[in-house]
Structure formats: C-alpha cells, structure tokens
Design a binder for this molecule. Structure first.
Ligand code: PLP
Ligand code: COI
Length: 375
C-alpha cells in the first residue's frame, strides 16, 4: 500500500528570492478592506522531513502540492497548525526593524507540543523562527501599516506518507503561509452556548492545535450560523456546566474587579494571548483568578445586572468583547459595553506594534530582506 516516498526531490535553499517569485510579490497589492485571510501571500516557506531529519526551510510559490490521494493526513488527520502574527513596528523600541513577530518562540514550543501529541517529529525552534524571519522579511510590502492589522502567519505540519495503514507517517511537510489581515473580529461579537456537542475530552487533543479539533466544531456551528451568531462557547464535556473556551479563543470574564478565566487543562488550549493578558492585567487594578466558571451562575449574574464583561482572546481575534449570548433554548442575553476588554485590546496591540515596551522575549524584530519587496 505504501509508496517509497510521497515527497518531491530535495532542493537547496537559496538566499535570493527567485525572480519569478519576486515578480509575483511585486504584482500583489493589499485588498481594501483587508478582512481576514482574503489575500494569501504568493510566497510561502516549505520544508520536508525525510530519513529522520528536517530539511532547512526554503521559500517557494503558493502553488498546489503534489500529493498522493492516500496521503496519511487526508485519511487520519495527522495535521497541526499555529496561528501567529507579525506587526508593523510603529514605535521607537526597535529602530532598524520594520516588523515585529509576537512571541515566536512560544508559538514554536506549542507547535512542538502539538507535534508530539499527534506522533509527529518536533522541529528545532530556531529552524521554525528562522523560517518565519525569512518569510516575513521577504513579505515586507504585505505587512499592513494600520494599528490592529498584521501579517497573519500559519505554520502547518502534516503527515505526508502515502500509506493507508493506521500508523504514523514517516514523512512530513512543514509549511508557513501568510495572509495580511485585520483582526478576526473588528466589532463586539455574539456567542452561542453549545449545550450538546463537546470540543475536547480529558486525555484528548483539546490542549493542542490539532486540525481535527476545528473540523469537529463545524457541525455544531451550523445552528450558530443559522441564528446569525459568530462563535461557539464550549462547556466542559462531562457535565456541560462550566465554561471551557470559544472555538478559536480563550474565554475571560471581568467580574467586578476580578479577571476570571478557566484554569488550563488537557481540554483547553494554552493561549499565548491568554497568557499575555494575565501578565498585562495587573496595572489595570484587576485581581486575577484562574477558576471554573459555572455557566448558569454567570447567566444569573448578568441577568441581575452585576458588573460583568465577557470576552474572548486569541491571536486572530486579539480581544473580542461578547455583546450577545444565545443558545438552542431561545436564550438571548445582551451584555453591557466592555471598557476593560477595549483597554486590554489597546494595551496588547500597542505592545505588539512596538509602541509600548514589552516584557522580555515577547518581541522579535525582523529585518527586511533585500531580495524581498524592497528591491
Ligand atoms: N483556543 C483555541 C481553541 C484556539 O484555536 C486559539 C487560537 O489560536 C486560542 C484559544 C487562542 O490561542 P492564542 O492566543 O495562542 O492564539
Ligand atoms: C488564531 O487565532 O490564530 C487561530 O489559530 C484560530 C484559528 C482557527 C483562526
């Protein structure tokens, strides 16, 4: 059933962008409005894992991949990804650098945790970050200048062996795609409390970015779209009584002067934005609490007019206030306006754009490549 190799022949990475790719890049303009994922950058980074080792990633065109129909990832879902961003440097802290990657080593470490959970090889953190630097440095003209916009980056790895046996691949493909984007949501959102399906079970893959986690949410999302809602709010898989997270964001509640979020577990993704907000919230005079949040207690408190904000956070979304909660029973509950969420969002973006200083290691300045868009 298996074939010797499903991978193209190895090619040598070159320092200069081939003229054909430089031309593609020159012919690419930012769309208006930018949206999220509307324009894919015409250049991506690629590396294959073969004979037990990763090649050095190289830049190539965003072209179709030549894969056998029995490629493992298509059948058994051995696929993971990261979502991360490069922001235009709008501040004084990093002179000489046009663009700042946000916490790239945190993303590299999470990518490797995802890889291990799905039986895939880790990739050296400096190879991962080096490929990001090379790609982002080349794509400088596709990094939008406006505060809140960014070059969204999508590192991906999938099992590339052509083999229908239910065993892990031995060959893998690593890609980094890029898309200039607005934040996922640019206005307060509506969230649908999912009472029936579960996102993640104990011991499963909920705490990593397995591609299948997202596919498993699509059927649950059908009623959400039918009712015009934007994100699913998932409850725990055992009793459906406690908040876990949104489909693409961690969840926070500001409850009076406390900032509350569920503790990390094997059913919740350890969001890098979540971690950043927990570190940034102190000067806002908020006490941090990582504890279980019971959905009915939260709904009762909102109904009785307690001082509450509910918001999601994630790389794509930054910080997204929730203005309406709904569910299949007909619940429609409006939430008051969200000043803390807006303040945290601005604070985080100011750091991401280099306007405010960041804690150590959060910012990774990228130097524009001379063979990229500047030439
Ligand atoms: N939870 C899920 C399920 C996600 O897909 C994401 C997005 O990546 C997050 C939380 C937020 O994680 P991060 O802040 O690292 O982007
Ligand atoms: C991100 O926020 O970057 C994510 O990876 C979520 C994604 C499903 C859009």
């Amino acid at each position: 059933m298996s074939t010797a190799t499903n991978l193209p022949a190895q090619s040598t990475p070159s320092a200069a962008l081939p003229p054909e790719l430089a031309d593609r890049l020159k012919g690419t303009e930012l769309p208006d409005p930018l949206g999220f994922g509307r324009l894919m950058a015409p250049v991506m980074a690629i590396a294959y894992y073969r004979d037990g080792a990763w090649e050095t990633p190289r830049l190539t065109g965003l072209d179709p991949l030549d894969l056998a129909p029995h490629t493992q990832a298509l059948h058994y879902g051995q696929a993971i990804f990261e979502g991360m961003k490069a922001y235009r440097n709008l501040g004084p802290s990093f002179p000489g650098s046009n663009t700042l990657l946000f916490r790239p080593y945190e993303h590299a470490r999470r990518f490797n945790r995802s890889a291990l959970r799905l039986g895939m090889p880790e990739i050296d953190e400096s190879l991962f970050v080096g490929a990001l630097e090379q790609l982002v440095g080349t794509l400088d003209t596709l990094v939008p200048d406006r505060h809140g916009q960014s070059l969204y980056l999508r590192p991906t790895m999938f099992g590339a062996t052509a083999d229908l046996s239910v065993v892990p691949s031995t060959e893998f493909c690593f890609l980094i795609l890029a898309t200039p984007s607005d934040a996922f949501f640019t206005a307060p959102i509506s969230a649908w409390i999912e009472r029936h399906y579960s996102r993640a079970g104990a011991g499963g893959t909920g705490c990593v970015k397995a591609a299948g986690n997202y596919a498993a949410s699509f059927a649950a999302a059908a009623p959400l779209r039918e009712h015009g809602f934007q994100q699913l709010l998932w409850l725990d898989a055992v009793n459906h009584t406690h908040l876990e997270e949104f489909t693409a964001m961690n969840v926070f509640v500001r409850w009076g002067d406390k900032l509350v979020t569920p503790p990390l577990s094997d059913t919740i993704l350890a969001g890098i934005t979540r971690d950043s907000l927990l570190q940034l919230a102190k000067p806002f005079g908020l006490a941090m609490e990582e504890r279980q949040i019971e959905i009915e207690a939260l709904l009762d408190a909102i109904r009785s007019g307690e001082d509450i904000e509910l918001f999601g956070c994630g790389t794509g979304a930054v910080v997204a206030p929730v203005e309406l909660l709904g569910d299949e029973s007909g619940l429609r509950l409006k939430l008051p306006s969200q000043s803390t969420a807006a303040d945290l969002r601005r604070r985080l973006l100011d750091i991401q754009h280099g306007i405010d200083p960041a804690p150590d290691d959060w910012q990774w300045p990228v130097i524009t490549s001379p063979n990229g868009s500047d030439s």
